[in-house]
Design a protein around this ligand. Sequence first.
Ligand code: ADP
Ligand code: ASP
Ligand code: MG
Length: 440
Amino acid sequence: MKVLKFGGTSVGTVKNMQHVKDIITDGTKKIVVLSAMSGTTNTLVSIASDIFNKTPNQAVDTINKMHESYFVVIDELLVDDSFNSDVKNYATEIFNFLLEATYLEYSKNLENKILAQGELLSTYMFNAYLKQEGISSSLLPALDFMRINSAKEPDLVSIKEKFGGVLETTPESDIYITQGFICLDENDDVSNLQRGGSDYTATIIGAVIHAEEVQIWTDIDGMHNNDPRFVENTHPISNLSFDEAAELAYFGAKILHPQTVLPVREDGIPVRLKNTMDPAADGTLISSDTSENGIKAIAAKDNITAIKIKSGRMLQAYGFLKKVFEVFETYETSIDMITTSEVAVSLTIDDDKNLDRIVSELEKIASIEVDKNQTIVCLVGHSIVSHDSTFKLFQILQDVKIRMISYGGSRNNISLLINSNDKITTLNKLNDYLFELVTL
Ligand code: ADP
Ligand code: ASP
Ligand code: MG
């Protein structure tokens, strides 16, 4: 069986939902993972932050507008009276829950419950639409099987067992629809797989059912060689290895949630990226094939903090790095990039929640400099250093202040740390000289 995930834009309008219906009704049984309609999760985040900021009236306004716009979509999508009123009743329950939430004290649990409503709405609506169109479809409630553990990792053993149980008790159907993004945590509270997490839901399900393929349907024709939001003339890449895709997703290629390929890499389950608005386009196939070499793509990850740890005693004192890493371990902060010299270590983090505490701990053993607003620019491709143009990197970027460079952690990746203000220029220069064959 295949798992097909459709993102926010793909279910964002009635017309796009009709495209999705056409794509999935090819006569084969499948699992369909849906995101919330585009914009909905951001709206839910704003409702939660109004509750946090004690501005409930603003949240009530937002909920009323949301209610109105959902009813317009329901009227257009569900022309059959009984489906129309059933979905309106379901949606009304959700909007009533949101209105009641505006009277409550903010908590992370409440926020997570609020954020879950987008996927609950889109899947209920879409399932009713398929049924109206005479297609055999059923809902598999993600909260009945999707679960993360205390380390916020998917609990694959429990998911596999529960998913099997849910499937068994669900009426046999051609299409099984489930919610992306949402899950329960180790305390059985509603939680999620972080923003963009529906991609991750799809590969987690793909792994537990040993799917033939996982398809991620979105609003672009596959993984491009550079970030299309900041660079013109990007083009889709037809093949990527799991390692290349993992690096690109982790280092900021928004088309994939950072963890997307992890569940399927080991079993070699292929992941295909496709465009809902242009299903005939090839898209990108992510697989175990590592035969292509050279620089394939560039991605950028913002909101990085660089920490320089300088100590005169570093070289002589073995165990110095251990002490440094222990501080990050204590504050559960993962390190992305690391470079060393004789007297200093520079490293980067993207979660600066505990930055002050980390810095004061580190100051006990070294002098510390912190630079915020940094961006990691990551060049990805197998045997990247043997590419014809790689040696030109310093020349291409001679006007950009490079704070750190890292190569060697894998053979697929060269990472550069720059000031975020230089990101767009850097991405464009690299594009011109590495991909568009502009000569230096
Ligand atoms: P969905 O809602 O379907 O999950 P996303 O917005 O999360 O879609 O991801 C698709 C978007 O990712 C594209 O519209 C594009 O702007 C952005 N993007 C960023 N980097 C890349 C890249 N390297 N290749 C393709 N798309 C990218
Ligand atoms: N709806 C969630 C979000 O906007 C999950 C997703 O779209 O993948 O982040
Ligand atoms: Mg996404």
